[in-house]
Design a protein around this ligand. Structure first.
Ligand SMILES: [Zn+2]
Ligand SMILES: [Zn+2]
Length: 367
């Protein structure tokens, strides 16, 4: 153990914002808890910034019926390594690092061995950074995320933040950043391809910038006319307002692929009408049914593919950080104090943010 007196049995005190008690509720209050000391190849990270994700909103309201209480959210974590356990080889004290949606997995199934712990097919799936269970040794206390002063994570699940990158703006790359990067990469498109990005919120605004840097001609698809200007500024060439039938008709069968980043139930059929034949539409962010049943004829008639994608792999997470550093891409963030997190969650619920809230955890010292 470097530079600290931590032993395997030490409990690490943490302070954060979480739900009070064990009842569902989405109001967060100051909470104190303890983490296990880092052991083996784990690192202790002091959290500097943490993004506020739409999935935090869903989980806090128990919309997916799987929320564990008490709940300390946060899985877009940027921090500084405070201590390392004996077997850590990739990081040293002081390194600036990131943690995304997962902190462990079975590490032995085929997806894990192929670097895709996000698709872990082990008995428990990946261990989520928060609202997950820690395995093995029966220590099934639930995981607490990055709305907190620190976190302990195995080094294989820790990413390196490129030097010089704005640390607050880097946070969303760890969840929506990699979540849009993976499917865009899998489209494997040629330069100049016409790529549609549907839903211009947290993930969508990053997707516009990444797709453009990958060489696409980007079309932003939004229900809000008010987002037109922002989408063009982010690098979109065209903007379709999906609630305008004329607009949709004009762009029928014009796109090579669509990445949809819409988090709430929507009718997928109109979007499919924008695709050229044999194109793919990938829906990330939506983890439930579409609002209308899909008539398979709308896929079959044009030979279209409809795909899904959830979070991202660890290699892709490092790749998107490096890609964004190389191309000067930074998410647009509104940095908030932890004391304002409840208001931020309410605003996020109403899509009232351009484009991502990021909590500055130094504000914890003032409460
Ligand atoms: Zn997220
Ligand atoms: Zn696995």
């Amino acid at each position: 153990m470097a530079e600290t007196e931590i032993t395997d049995t030490t409990r690490i005190p943490a302070v954060g914002y979480g739900t009070d008690g064990k009842t569902p509720g989405n109001r967060l209050t100051r909470t104190q808890f303890e983490r296990d000391a880092p052991k083996g190849n784990e690192v202790l990270i002091d959290v500097l910034f943490c993004g506020v994700c739409h999935s935090d909103v869903h989980l806090l309201a128990d919309e997916w019926k799987l929320t564990l209480y008490p709940c300390v959210p946060g899985h877009e974590i940027v921090g500084r390594v405070k201590a390392i356990a004996a077997d850590v080889s990739k990081f040293k004290v002081g390194d600036v690092v990131g943690v995304g949606c997962m902190i462990d997995s079975c590490r032995s199934c085929e997806p894990c061995l192929e670097g895709e712990a996000n698709h872990c097919s082990g008995p428990h799936g990946p261990t989520l950074t928060y609202n997950g269970y820690l395995y093995p040794n029966g220590s099934t206390h639930n995981t607490f995320g990055g709305y907190a002063s620190n976190i302990v994570v195995r080094e294989d699940f820790v990413l390196r933040i490129p030097e010089g990158m704005d640390l607050a703006a880097a946070a969303p790359l760890l969840c929506p950043g990699v979540a849009v990067y993976g499917p865009l990469k899998r489209f494997n498109f040629k330069p100049g391809a016409k790529i549609g990005i549907a839903g211009i919120g947290g993930p969508g605004h990053i997707a516009i910038m990444i797709a453009k840097a990958m060489g696409a001609e980007v079309t932003a698809i939004t229900t809000h006319e008010s987002k037109r200007e922002a989408a063009l500024k982010l690098g979109a060439t065209n903007v379709i307002v999906s609630t305008n039938p004329e607009d949709m008709k004009e762009h029928a069968k014009s796109l090579d692929h669509i990445l949809a980043t819409i988090p709430n139930a929507y009718d997928v059929a109109p979007y499919l009408g924008l695709l050229k034949r044999k194109a793919t539409m990938t829906a990330m962010a939506l983890l439930g049914p579409y609002s209308e049943p899909l008539n398979n004829l709308s896929l079959a008639a044009q030979g279209l593919s409809l795909a899904g994608s959830m979070i991202g792999s660890l290699p892709d997470s490092q790749e998107v950080l490096d890609f964004c550093a190389e191309h000067g891409i930074l998410p647009q963030v509104e940095v908030i104090k932890i004391q304002d997190v409840n208001e931020a969650i309410e605003r996020l619920r109403k899509a009232d943010v351009r484009f991502r809230f990021v909590i500055d955890l130094s504000s914890l010292q003032n409460c």
